[in-house]
Structures are given as C-alpha cells and as structure tokens.
Design a protein around this ligand. Structure first.
Ligand SMILES: Nc1ncnc2c1ncn2[C@@H]1O[C@H](COP(=O)(O)OP(=O)(O)O)[C@@H](O)[C@H]1O
Ligand SMILES: [Mg+2]
Length: 255
C-alpha cells in the first residue's frame, strides 16, 4: 500500500523505492517498493518489527544511503539523482538527525555540540531561537558540560537541540528513546511533540515502541520491507492492536 498525506504539503516522499543489499545467496531486499509521504509540520512514526526495514527507509529518505530503485524527494528536490557534494550540502542545510546512540562529540561541550552543524555550514544560531530551544530542553545549566558529564536523557536532549537549532526541513530520528529509561524517554518525546505543535517542525521518527509512536500524529507500519498499514492520531492501545493484528498469521481463524 502507499501511505499518502491526504493532500497536505509534503516534506519528504518515497516513490516505489527498493533497497537491495548484496547479491546471489547473500541478497537481501530490505525495502520492496515503498511509497510514502511525510507531511510538513507533522510528526510521523515509522513502526515495525526488528529487521522490517525501518532504519533502511530512514537512511534512504535522509540521503544517508542510496536507493536501488525508485525516487526520494525532500520538499521539491529529488535527492536520488544528486551527486555526493550536493547530497552532503542538502543533509547539512535541510535535515536534522537524532540517533539512538546520541552521536555527540565527546571532546566538545554541550553548547559546542549543539552549534556544530551550524558552524560547519558557516551559519550563526538565531539568538532568540537558541534561547527558546535551550530553555525548552532544559539545558541552560549544562551547556559547558561534556557528554560524559551528562546523563543519557540529557545527552539526547543535547542531540535534540542540535537537530532543531538549524530549523531543518525535516528531522529524522532513529529510535531516539531506545537507550533511555522511560522517564527520560517521555521527556524527549514531549519535547519533540511540542517542537511540532508549537514551532511547526517536521519529524519522522523510527521506533518499535507503541508508547513512543503514540506521541506522533500518524504511524506508518512496515513489515518485510513493505508498508502494510497506517494509523492517524494513534494511542498506545491502537498502535498495539494494529501490531497484534499484523503479527497474527494470515491463515489463523479469529474466534
Ligand atoms: N548494510 C547492510 N548489508 C546487508 N543487509 C543489511 C544492511 N543493512 C540492513 N540490512 C538488512 O536489511 C533488513 C532491514 O534492516 P533494517 O532497516 O536495519 O531494519 P530495522 O531498522 O527495521 O530493524 C534486515 O534484514 C537487515 O539484516
Ligand atoms: Mg533499525
């Protein structure tokens, strides 16, 4: 099935994308003709069991990996045909990333980590936006700390601030709460949620956690490299119900 955005503006789009790793005996089709739209100013979760292709889809959408077939658009730009240099620039200027392992540079302070993508792009942080973001993630007193001096939750909040500071067209987050306790995870998710609601940020988040997915506006479900379902205005219960239904063997008789 193709997951569309019901006519709203689209921040990222996949059209019939395939991703095949290896060849011969080792051939793995991680994505099998995925078509999906991700709405601007919306928080979309991508869910599915381990190995279903979630990270591969995110990497292809974000230009971190190339597709074997099909096209990817970020806004109006088709990225599947861009060369390395243009792709690097697009990632730098228009996309923010949040990873499960935080990916902060250990020798830099929190403030330096947050500023790094802008520094590399030769841009300055807008002072008002800086204060807003730092205030919202609650890092005012931690800005001079190195990552090793921060808890996991604080490190991920630094990573969120880093992703938001450049006001990218899309933030891609791969299991952003996967390494956090539930309380720190909830803080990070609330923060992502409010950046969408209050500041119109676009977020695409990969997760296998129904509670995390319930913070999104919409959930797209992957299984074996294909989109198999989607859900609007999810709750943890409706996400869980959908997962159970997708898990049930198709030939089973429901009594
Ligand atoms: N670099 C790679 N080389 C070979 N196979 C890969 C590679 N990356 C992912 N895969 C395979 O593609 C499938 C989807 O992986 P992935 O996108 O990481 O799933 P998920 O994030 O949903 O757990 C899996 O079968 C995985 O083993
Ligand atoms: Mg993954």
């Amino acid at each position: 099935m193709a997951a569309t955005n019901a006519g709203g503006p689209v921040a990222a789009r996949a059209d019939g994308i395939w991703k095949v790793y290896g060849s011969g005996e080792a051939r793995v089709a991680a994505l099998r003709g995925v078509s999906a739209e991700f709405g601007r100013g919306r928080f979309t979760a991508i869910m599915g069991p381990s190995g279903s292709g979630k990270s591969t889809l995110m990497h292809c959408l974000a230009g971190l990996d190339t597709v074997s077939e099909g096209t990817v658009h970020i806004g109006g730009t088709e990225i599947s045909t861009l060369g390395d240099k243009a792709l690097t620039r697009l990632r730098r200027d228009r996309i923010g990333f949040i990873f499960q392992q935080f990916n902060l540079l250990p020798t830099l302070s929190a403030a330096e980590n947050i500023r790094l993508p802008l520094d590399i792009a030769g841009r300055k942080a807008d002072p008002q936006w800086w204060d807003t973001v730092i205030g919202t993630v609650g890092l005012k007193d931690r800005l001079s700390h190195r990552p090793s001096q921060l808890s996991g939750g604080q490190q991920q909040r630094v990573a969120c601030a880093r992703a938001l500071m450049g006001r990218p067209d899309v933030i891609f987050a791969d299991e952003p709460t996967g390494n956090l306790d539930s309380r720190s995870g909830a803080e990070v998710l609330s923060f992502l949620r409010s950046s969408v609601r209050e500041h119109g940020q676009t977020i695409v988040m990969v997760t296998h956690d129904p509670v995390a997915a319930s913070y999104a506006d919409r959930v797209v479900f992957l299984a074996d490299g294909s989109i198999v379902d989607e859900l609007a205005d999810p709750t943890a219960e409706t996400v869980l119900d959908t997962m159970k239904r997708l898990d049930a063997p198709s030939d089973s008789v429901m009594l």
